[in-house]
Write a protein of this length. Structure first.
Ligand SMILES: CC(C)(COP(=O)(O)OP(=O)(O)OC[C@H]1O[C@@H](n2cnc3c(N)ncnc32)[C@H](O)[C@@H]1OP(=O)(O)O)[C@@H](O)C(=O)NCCC(=O)NCCS
Length: 151
């Protein structure tokens, strides 16, 4: 069900990321800073060089995405998005746990990620997975939170 994304999946991947981002952040991020789409094809190709992207498929259709970057001893998680109608079914949890296993196998000892302080769903999602807030960063749109988990 979880597999590595290839560049041929790009259209489906962008659809999941951009739809989920719109639903989740449209009312959280001030209009001036809200990007829709949050990711273009060109930007995705750049991100694809940096991160290992994985998809969660149901009946051959991509319904969730998550990406991992391996940086020295730290793993960076990003682009965790589940299609709105498939949310709250454990898909996000499966994807993040999958990345954690990969990171551990690669010898990493912790994982970090950044989210928005006002994104209560994302924060409770990561807290349930054992992540804790380690610092805040001031941005034009408000506060970002860095979260971390020891593996
Ligand atoms: C955050 C997100 C990836 C979670 O994916 P998901 O598949 O819906 O999450 P899960 O079903 O694995 O949920 C695990 C736990 O997270 C928390 N959670 C998930 N959705 C929640 C919601 N809408 N409200 C409150 N808590 C929520 C709950 O503790 C949940 O456990 P429970 O269902 O037993 O109560 C998904 O909501 C999403 O794509 N959001 C938009 C993008 C985003 O915020 N990405 C992460 C930060 S960039």
């Amino acid at each position: 069900m979880i597999e590595r994304i290839s560049l041929t999946d790009i259209k489906e991947v962008l659809e999941v990321i951009n739809t989920s981002n719109r639903e989740a952040f449209r009312t959280i991020i001030p209009k001036k800073y809200f990007l829709d789409p949050v990711l273009s094809t060109k930007q995705f190709i750049k991100e694809f060089e940096r991160y290992d992207f994985f998809s969660y498929k149901i009946r051959e259709k991509i319904v969730g995405i998550a990406a991992l970057e391996i940086k020295n001893t730290t793993g960076i998680i990003n682009w965790v998005y589940v299609q709105p109608k498939w949310q709250r079914k454990g898909i996000g949890t499966s994807l993040v746990k999958y990345l954690e296993k990969k990171a551990k196998k690669s010898g990493l000892n912790n994982i970090q990620l950044v989210t928005i302080e006002k994104a209560e769903v994302a924060i409770s999602f990561y807290k349930k997975l054992g992540y804790r807030s380690v610092r805040h960063m001031e941005r034009e749109w408000g506060l970002d939170v860095v979260m971390m988990k020891e593996l």
